[in-house]
Ligand binder design. Structure first.
Ligand code: ZN
Length: 134
C-alpha cells in the first residue's frame, strides 16, 4: 500500500518525517505557532472590546438625556467617553445616499463636524414588513 502523503510543519513548512499525526518539526516550531495564535486571540479580544464599548456608547446616546445635544456635542461626548471612531463593524447605505456607520446593531451618521444617532427606520415604520389590512 502506498502512503505518499507528504505533510509539512504548520509553522515553518518543512517536510515532516515519521508519524503522520505530527504537526510540527520540533518543540521550537510548536511553541512559536502557539505564541502566534495566542497573540491573534488577544488582538481579536481587543478589537471586540472596542466595538462593544462603541456600541454601548451609541446606545446610550439614544436616551432622551441627549435630546438637546447637537451633532457636534454628540461627537464630542462620544470622544470624551472613549468612543473610537476607527472601529466599526459595517456601513449601511441609507435612502438619502448617506452611510450609517455601524457597531453591530447601533450606528451613527456623519453630519458636518458631528454625528447623528442612526435610527432603524425600516423597523419602526414597518415599511418592509407585510401589513395586515384587517
Ligand atoms: Zn517547523
Amino acid at each position: 500500500m502506498f502512503r505518499i502523503k507528504s505533510h509539512r510543519c504548520k509553522e515553518c513548512g518543512d517536510r515532516l518525517n515519521g508519524r503522520s499525526d505530527k504537526l510540527f518539526c520540533d518543540d521550537g516550531c510548536r511553541v512559536r505557532h502557539h505564541r502566534k495564535s495566542n497573540s491573534l486571540h488577544a488582538l481579536k479580544r481587543g478589537v471586540d472590546h472596542v466595538l462593544q464599548r462603541n456600541r454601548s456608547l451609541l446606545a446610550a446616546l439614544r436616551k432622551s438625556t441627549f435630546a438637546g445635544y447637537n451633532a457636534e456635542d454628540r461627537a464630542f461626548w462620544l470622544r470624551r467617553q472613549g468612543f473610537d471612531f476607527n472601529f466599526h463593524t459595517h456601513v449601511l447605505p441609507l435612502k438619502d445616499g448617506r452611510l450609517a456607520i455601524m457597531c453591530y446593531d447601533e450606528g451613527y451618521v456623519l453630519d458636518g463636524d458631528g454625528i447623528l444617532p442612526w435610527k432603524d427606520t425600516s423597523r419602526s415604520s414597518g415599511s418592509l414588513a407585510p401589513r395586515s389590512l384587517s
